[in-house]
Design a protein around this ligand. Sequence first.
Ligand SMILES: [Mn+2]
Length: 349
Amino acid sequence: MQSIFQNTIPLAAPANPFRSSLLADQTDTVREIHRRLKGAQRVLIATHEHPDGDAAGSSLALLHALRYAGKQVVAYIPDPAPDMLSFLPAFAQLTCDIPDPAQFDTVVVLDATYVARTHLAEALAQHPAVICIDHHYDNQGEGQLNLVVPEAAATAHILAVFFLETDVAITTDMATCLLTGIFTDTGSFMHDSTSPDILQLASFLMSRGARLSHIAHETYQKKELSALQIWGRALSRIMITPKGGAAVSVVTQRDLQECRATLDDLSGVVNMLNTLPDTSFALLLCEHVPGKIKGSLRSEPHKHTDVSAIAKALGGGGHKLAAGFEIEGRIIKQNGSWRIVSAASSGSS
Ligand SMILES: [Mn+2]
């Protein structure tokens, strides 16, 4: 297969020796996406709301690759990415300015189960060249081309193998973005999705200059005072539901204000709740803006609970072991127990 980038590969980057079978049965789709991107002039990259390490990492990896190839590229995020990802090369290029997809000949939607999660659904429904690349098993396949690989640990995993398959040289900047997506979506290589293949790929990305220790430090080992304080509140309130044995905790709007914390500071808390043995799943509820509650769900393979089904029933989505949803309401304490009341109700917390 001829590379999109053969004329613009940085001189220092050698050929990619590593091969993976991840996309082996989607060769036609890989070839067609490669052909479309090669012919594209202006590319819009879009990802999901509340972008995480995989959303931002894969968007920026593709942005770097396409810019090396001389394309004009805009990477759109519906809302700001967490500060902890600001070490990613070209992080400042991620823009929340709403683009007009009609100005781009090609659109690539990354890591989004539903195109609606990009907040551009209406404009993209009219667009003739939308490519969706994702690893969510329930991806809706709304693009003209869809590279959906549920076996992949991250969208960055799919992209890395896509670059390898199409002989795109992976630069240090790209390797850093890709490894960040993989590292965060595998829960620091601790989730079930951590296969021998992914560890070999990680090793390969390190050989391209990605610094795993730096990525780990920036994404997990650096906590602000506000984060530790809000973790303290969430952990001090853990409850185990009598029915079903779920580990649940809540964070109110007032907690966030008093700790000067944001939703991003809570990243990782639900995984901590999920460490409790003898529970079926973990749920963290956070009223992140007044009247809006975000729910994060986690489980583990041996707990035999599909949390994506719970999320879906509440209008959200995700994976079997990690999912989320958002509902209207306020979290208040009433007669000693936590309750969700309608956003219009007032109550003391
Ligand atoms: Mn992902």
